[in-house]
Design a binder for this molecule. Structure first.
Ligand code: SF4
Length: 353
């Protein structure tokens, strides 16, 4: 497969251009752009005309078209991105000193998480690595100088472990020098708990991992995430424990979306602490972003705070992730709602760290 430039690793680029130095020059050029051009330029500084012409004939740029852009009061910006035959969404979330870019790894999703509207879309197609990197590039271009795009989370549409070859490639590209050169810890791949993919990811990547847990018993988890019948809580946490023993420096997050009267009791808080005992992971508590038809509700802020306090009091590192960009439907679980009146897509896990 001939890949577009944003999907090529430095090694591949060096092979194609017959020089590592030329490959570095091309990546520096990519990093200097405000936005991707429609096509590769006729000339590339530092690369001979002959070599560049050959490269140019074989590779495109994966420039994505933004069909809609919504900006919330807090600056969170949601992009509806046309990837050819499908629309996915990318979100830029500004914070003090840096922005986080939330990207999609699939158009639609095959998983059936009850709380996530993406399932209503069904599966449309896999995204290629260059389409993931291009999402980062387009959102990065609009990040203010005071909050450059330093973090990427694979928490948009899709289950990354179901498109793992392309996700691993995108992570490699995003973290390679001289550009984009994001830190491995600054790239977080989220999973709803697809165990075989998760194990492979933990073996092959140093990037951060977020497991979307969302329940403390298999019975409740299977209600909100049916695949739990295949990969139950114990097996998922065991895999995280084994990976932490091999690589204790990896950042691991456990995402826990709080649903009123489903998984937000004091007993749940205690069980959560017990389940995670000895695992070097941070819990992100995410009050559910409701949408019609799920039968699930959001706990009140006092319940969320009480749950957090009970978990934190027992020594478990735990943060509340209050929703961002809710009025533009850019928060977790809401992303397509405002666009088509239908369901939104996003995953359980938005750890905007
Ligand atoms: S939460 Fe993630 S894995 Fe589950 S249906 Fe939504 S996009 Fe798919």
């Amino acid at each position: 497969m001939s890949r577009d430039l944003p999907g090529l690793t430095l090694d591949e680029l060096a092979t194609e251009l017959d020089s590592r130095q030329r490959a570095v020059e091309v990546l520096k050029w990519l990093g200097s752009l405000k936005e991707l051009p429609a096509e590769l330029p006729l000339l590339m500084p530092g690369v001979s005309h002959r070599v560049w012409s050959t490269f140019r004939q074989q590779h495109g740029v994966s420039r994505l078209r933004v069909s809609e852009r919504s900006v919330s009061e807090d600056g969170t910006t949601k992009y509806a991105v046309d990837v050819g035959g499908a629309t996915v969404e990318t979100v830029r979330i500004p914070a003090k000193g840096r922005s986080t870019i939330c990207i999609s790894s699939q158009a639609g999703c095959t998983r059936r998480c009850v709380f996530c509207a993406t399932k209503e879309l069904g599966f449309i197609r896999q995204l290629k690595a260059e389409e993931m990197v291009a999402q980062y590039l387009l959102a990065r271009a609009e990040a203010p100088a005071s909050a450059p795009a330093r973090n990427v989370v694979f928490m948009g549409m899709g289950e990354p472990m179901d498109n793992l070859d392309e996700v691993l490639r995108a992570v490699e590209v995003l973290t390679q020098g001289p550009f984009p050169q994001l830190r491995q810890q600054s790239v977080t791949v989220s999973t709803s708990g697809v165990l075989p993919g998760m194990v492979r990811f933990l073996e092959e990547s140093k990037a951060s991992l977020a497991l979307s847990l969302n329940a403390t018993t298999d019975e409740v988890r299977a209600r909100v995430m049916p695949q739990n019948k295949t990969w139950p809580i114990g097996a998922l946490l065991e895999a995280l424990r084994e990976a932490a023993a091999v690589d204790p420096d990896r950042d691991t997050f456990v995402e826990y979306v709080l649903f009123k009267d489903v998984n937000d009791t004091d007993d749940d808080a205690d069980r959560l602490v017990a389940l995670l005992a000895g695992l070097p992971a941070r819990v992100n508590l995410i009050p559910y972003n409701p949408f019609p038809g799920t039968g699930l509700e959001t706990p009140g802020p006092e319940r969320v705070k009480a749950f957090h306090a009970r978990v934190a009091r027992q020594g478990q590192l735990c943060l509340i992730r209050w929703p961002r960009g809710r009025e533009i439907a850019a928060a977790c679980g809401q992303l397509v709602l405002a666009q088509d009146g239908g369901p939104g897509f996003l995953p359980a896990a938005v750890a905007l760290s």
